[in-house]
Design a protein. Sequence first.
Lengths: 117, 115
Amino acid sequence: AQSVSQHNHHVILSEAASLELGCNYSYGGTVNLFWYVQYPGQHLQLLLKYFSGDPLVKGIKGFEAEFIKSKFSFNLRKPSVQWSDTAEYFCAVNAGAGGTSYGKLTFGQGTILTVHP
Amino acid sequence: DTGVSQDPRHKITKRGQNVTFRCDPISEHNRLYWYRQTLGQGPEFLTYFQNEAQLEKSRLLSDRFSAERPKGSFSTLEIQRTEQGDSAMYLCASSFRDRVYNEQFFGPGTRLTVL
């Protein structure tokens, strides 16, 4: 069975600070990895994804994530956060093999990011 | 708006009543998923369809829950004899099955409150 663990429940930063949100997953096979974001009052949106290739992936709004296979990690980073990044962030994993993917996403418990102006 | 839509957005019901939610996926998407999210937790998988076939159901899904996608387009999720523990946000997502791609697009959710 797959599982996803996000290290921090709530992170509070000031604008321009750097961000790193931790995500570790447990699964023995090939995986696809995702970060989703949920802004206040809005639905889940995809921030970035990793399927294969370059382990450093870039997403929207200046976010990036690095897949470290040996550590089963997929941490989210942003060099300089803005007040508008205030949201809840979810890491998710989807089992895949041979280029295909299996349906369900397994999510972490989420990290609430609060950015103060 | 061509995104995933869900109806209703909010539902308040009394314990023991039946409720039904509807999800309309993005039109060209052939996969449809249902998740449940409670406060402070990430979404939890319930079930998913490829076209009209229900391919997987979570073992956490009790017999009171049933989902259908009769024509491979919209889907309904019914909860019979609701319990207070069913109170949650029910999320629908859709994707297009592809060899290397499974980005799921989420709808706004239906918030269920069971009194």
